[in-house]
Design a protein around this ligand. Sequence first.
Ligand code: AMP
Length: 216
Amino acid sequence: MRVAFLGPPGAGKGTQARELAREWGVPHLATGDMLREAVTAMTPLGLAAKVYMDQGALVPDDVIVGLMRERLDALDASKGFIVDGFPRTIAQAEALGRVLADSGRALDAVIFFDVSEAELLRRLTGRRVCRQCQATYHVSSAPPAKTDVCDRCGGALYQRDDDSEATVRKRLEVYARQTAPLLDYYRGQRLLVSVRGEGPIDGIREAVREAARGAW
Ligand code: AMP
């Protein structure tokens, strides 16, 4: 299964991708996670990316495409993957198509997580993330058993710098302008499958499984 998870920030792509990657035995390639790791490690890439991330803007396409090309080229070509948070622009989508075609691969499906703007704002501003395992929580609707401690691994929870309300609004604007056009792009390639991203997490997961099964 070679699949891309597409949707606005806060749509639940990462939450579902982490679980389903385990279930399907494929790598989960999340550009946001890769960039945050680079920021923490203070690599040149991380330092350059942080400026954009803190503003809620997109990191330039050539940087992201270079990063993903490296990861995708390193995979066993016969194996699947989930890309999450990538592509986010038409240029990235075209580059992804080329990278995969170079090794005789193509996407099987692009799964779109459909969530209302009010719900995205609520989720993002209340989100807390584990520094260690990246598990996500919500201060009111999915709190950890012990405040600011991860139920899974005991790691410390934190609020992402870009989850403040002002930056969240900017990220949603950027999504609408630069990423939403991918819906038509992938619809045109008959790869797009829409999943309602609201309601119980398990129900959404089953809908994603079904969408993926339909594409196989
Ligand atoms: P995410 O964790 O997917 O919400 O990404 C966090 C931030 O990382 C975004 O707001 C962007 O600044 C940057 N980022 C992640 N993925 C991409 C991408 N595919 N293209 C450009 N910037 C990205």
